[in-house]
Design a protein around this ligand. Sequence first.
Ligand code: ADP
Ligand code: ASP
Ligand code: MG
Length: 467
Amino acid sequence: MAIRVMKFGGTSVADAERIHHAAQLVAQEGEPGGVVTVVSAMSGVTTQLSEAVHAAERGDLGPADHAVLQVRSRFDEAANDLISQPETRAEVREAAHAVLEKFLAVCRSVAVLGEATPRVADAAISCGEPLVGHLLAAHLRELGREAVFVEPEHLVVTDDRFGDASPRLEETRERVEERLKPLLERGVIPVTGGFIGATAEGIKTTLGRGGSDFSAAILGAALPADEVIIWTDVDGVMTADPRRVDGARVIGELTYAEVAELAHFGAKVLHPRTIRPLVERRIPLMIRNSFRPEEKGTRVVSECPGVPSGIRAVTDVGDLSLVIVEGRGMLGVPGIAARTFACVAACEANVLLISQASSEQSICFVIPSSDAECVQRGLEEEFRHEIERRQIDRIRAHEDVAIVTALGHGIRSSAGAAGRVFGAAAEAEVNVVAIAQGSSEYAISLVVGASDQDRAVRAIHREVMCV
Ligand code: ADP
Ligand code: ASP
Ligand code: MG
């Protein structure tokens, strides 16, 4: 039997009405024994929990108390509407209230210690998903389907990089064999939480904000599934973020490579690491609108034959800094690049791109602004001698830059497409600080000042092909 993984994002499970709708989609589109469901926390909950933990670090427990009251009342309201059986409702409420009590206990200890380590933060911010998981499973049972909530930390095994953990696929596969397969064989619908995993020792981890998409892909690869469906609040992957660009259109079909670049360069619709587990097994990924299931959505596959090369979408990411290590004497000094990126790694900064230098006398790269100070300090220390000897003239960080990326198959080899990107930027009077040496033939990236970001996105969007 075909197996589908269906993931519902925060807005798709925001309240009783949305959870009911999600349950209907699961019941309609998944055969018993052929569907695994992954849920996010209700929209806004993870952010609220995260802010509360950070306030607790400063000794302020007010936001934690407030978050628990608010989340509990959202949960209770939904439970009243979705679960008519008093016993089941009491059971589910008890489980949810215990999760929230634990959250409060964690926040209290954070307040005492004055610090939330990444491990402790993960224990706290992972409290939103199980609440929805319990609700959806119970509601599916009310609709006459056999369904159970399976704790995600019993399924997804990860490394111990708290806050941004990576899955261990082999161990995850074993867990899936042990815990999900028998349920599917009995025709039961497993419902689990996205975003969450645990180390092999059982300590909870999270996969990074927005990580429920990644969870769906990890489980999809581990099963393996025949299809992974991401149910969200837009009609699919669009030519630009529809909240920011008027006239953004749905793209019917994209390749894994195109979507991976799109997500890497800021399209929030998909967690950037979602594609990787699916590529090897060529598991198709669908992005669909849970508010408008009649729409076809976007299908992501290995190849889209027949699509001409050109600009298919534009995306952007802000709050970045461009760091430049420059000096005329650098040319003859071996190992500068290796030492530069060792400093970046020491700050655990994620390099979004290495930009094309105008000569070999500088190295430029873009990192999140939050890491810029650490990286710049590290580089100044590392290259103290070279700076004294004038082999390196200076290390600069341009703050407040953004990367605007035009995407499409064959875009870099198509002279016309590149010309259109630069032409559009020039016409909109966008000052291009640097041009990216994109990692693939699917993207051309421009580094622009933050004040030019929106203008650049809109100008390049006008060049998107009409297909
Ligand atoms: P979910 O809670 O379902 O995971 P997200 O808010 O994480 O949903 O992602 C969906 C949002 O991504 C959309 O509402 C949209 O504003 C944003 N988005 C950004 N870029 C794009 C794009 N290219 N196509 C579609 N949506 C995009
Ligand atoms: N609830 C988590 C977050 O808000 C995961 C997700 O929604 O994908 O980041
Ligand atoms: Mg998301």
